[in-house]
Design a binder for this molecule. Structure first.
Ligand SMILES: [Fe+2]
Ligand SMILES: [Fe+2]
Length: 190
């Protein structure tokens, strides 16, 4: 698949109504970074990485009750962890919204959206790329953001390890619930 400018415009127009202006800009930037990283790491479809990056936060501007409503409308079983940390729901709900409302059926793209927040053990290349592009785009807001950016270009697994570690630290410092997938991700890349 090759995405021309018209296709890119189509997907951006399709995404725009779901998001605030600043979130939309974040998604555009994550799409570009994901595309570049996919080229850098010889992913067979940088266009798929672009699409996953673009749509990754489609559900991020829904509030907690809207996320729960969407999850049940889409027939999603909510895990105990997701009940305790509703914000993590924007990733799986987002993947289902992209599939059912935006006509994206590619499993690799949907997986990258599904796992962009918690990560998981045995991530695919496109999942790693979008997980890291999201953090790299957040840049200065993340501790060790510069180091993660450097690592994302020469050691993907080390970049994931550091990102997962920082995520766990962030959650622990705030007495937040830790999703088992986040722990699994950290353990798998340590
Ligand atoms: Fe997100
Ligand atoms: Fe994001």
């Amino acid at each position: 698949m090759t995405l021309g400018l018209a296709d890119q415009r189509f997907h951006k127009a399709q995404l725009r109504p779901y998001l605030t202006k600043s979130r939309f800009k974040h998604c555009e930037a994550v799409a570009e970074l994901s595309f570049q990283m996919a080229q850098h790491w010889n992913h067979p479809s940088p266009d798929n990485a672009w699409l996953a990056g673009l749509y990754h936060d489609i559900a991020k501007d829904l509030d907690e009750s809207a996320l729960l409503v969407r999850a049940s409308q889409l027939g999603m079983a909510i895990t105990d962890c997701e009940k305790r940390s509703v914000s993590t729901l924007h990733a799986p709900v987002g993947a289902l919204m992209v599939r059912h409302e935006c006509g994206i059926t590619d499993r690799q793209i949907l997986g990258a959206i599904r796992w962009h927040t918690t990560g998981r053990a045995k991530m695919t290349l496109i999942e790693k790329i979008v997980y890291l592009a999201d953090i790299v785009e957040a840049g200065k807001k993340v501790e060790h953001g510069l180091l993660i950016k450097k690592l994302a270009h020469h050691d993907l697994n080390a970049a994931i390890r550091l990102t997962a570690k920082e995520t766990l630290k962030h959650l622990l410092e705030r007495d937040k619930w830790i999703c088992p997938r986040s722990l699994e991700c950290y353990n798998a890349y340590s």
